[in-house]
Design a protein around this ligand. Structure first.
Ligand code: PAF
Length: 301
């Protein structure tokens, strides 16, 4: 694929090459260019936010966004605010050329700003906090991570002004926190959760699965088996809890947690809870951290 560097008066780059019936994808790197292109869009707009290094999971989000809206804006931005001191922000893969080749013709616009473009002042003077929900589960070992996520998502929503945005259900905590961000701050956007993609074995698709040996992949099935047991146990709240407690006794996985949570607050639910339950699982197999999740409904003791 070649790139068209003939910018004319518009500094946005057209991602050139073989374009399908969907038309051309345009790359913009500044907020001003994004706003100008966004203003030209007629009809509904879906946004897909990523940190790049795109894989099949991202393509599923883009495909869903395309089903739901007339135009799709993809952001590619490695957000420094969501990396802790021990997490290597500098080493995060940045492969914009490859990302553009993957999405060319499948999204209308790619917004790939520099850090200075997104954060003229870093850290920003004013930021958004995820509250207690950001300090538990995945947030317990990553202080500030979810505050960084909600701050950048708020900015990206402001900049892309979409009718809807898609997030995968596998990062269940991120999805729940972003749903609270939108409802608590009355942001005018619809969040569209996208179902977890699974391999034929039931294993949730993840780029991290590549680190697993055949036997590791077999062990990792304990996650999807646990969800199957929980789904079979619903709608009994007691039976759901029993399935989770039973899972934790099994040693295929070095469990971090297997919890029945309130889908909004992410607090553990009590035995009297009735309604939706977010079942969140996390653990390590062969040193690789894996997540899985499902929403079930409890209507009985
Ligand atoms: O899920 C991600 O890739 C990131 O957390 C997001 C939502 C793009 C914010 O940087």
């Amino acid at each position: 694929m070649t790139q068209n560097h003939d910018r004319g008066t518009d500094p946005a780059l057209a991602v050139a090459g073989e374009h399908g019936a969907q038309g051309r994808t345009t790359l913009v790197t500044t907020k001003a260019q994004l706003r100008a292109r966004r203003a030209e869009m007629v009809g509904t707009v879906a946004a897909v936010f990523t940190m790049g290094a795109l894989h099949e999971g991202h393509l599923t989000l883009i495909a869903r966004a395309r089903e739901l809206a007339d135009h799709v804006i993809l952001s590619v931005f490695v957000n420094p605010l969501q990396f802790g001191p021990g997490e290597d922000f500098e080493a995060y893969p940045r492969v914009l050329e490859e990302d553009l080749a993957l999405v060319d013709g499948h999204v209308d616009l790619v917004f790939a700003p520099s850090t200075a473009q997104m954060y003229p002042v870093l850290p920003p003077t004013v930021s958004v906090t995820a509250g207690r929900a950001g300090t538990i589960l995945e947030g317990a070992d990553r202080p500030g991570h979810f505050d960084g996520v909600v701050t950048v998502v708020t900015k990206l929503l402001q900049l892309t002004d979409p009718h809807l945005t898609v997030f995968g259900r596998k990062d269940a905590q991120q999805l729940a926190i972003i749903q609270s961000l939108v409802s608590d701050l009355d942001l005018p956007v619809r969040i569209e959760p996208v179902e977890i993609q699974r391999e034929p074995t039931g294993l949730a698709r993840s780029s991290r699965n590549a680190y697993l040996t055949d036997s590791g992949r077999e062990q990792a099935l304990a996650l999807s088996r646990t969800l199957a047991a929980v789904e079979a146990a619903a709608p009994s709240r007691g039976a759901i809890q029993a399935a989770l407690t039973d899972a934790l006794t099994r040693a295929e996985i070095e469990w971090s947690y297997a919890l029945a949570l309130d889908p909004t607050t992410l607090e553990e639910i009590g035995p009297d809870h009735r309604g939706e339950v977010l079942v969140a699982l996390a653990g390590r197999v062969e040193g690789t951290r894996l997540l899985d999740a499902a929403v079930v409904v409890a209507t009985a003791p």
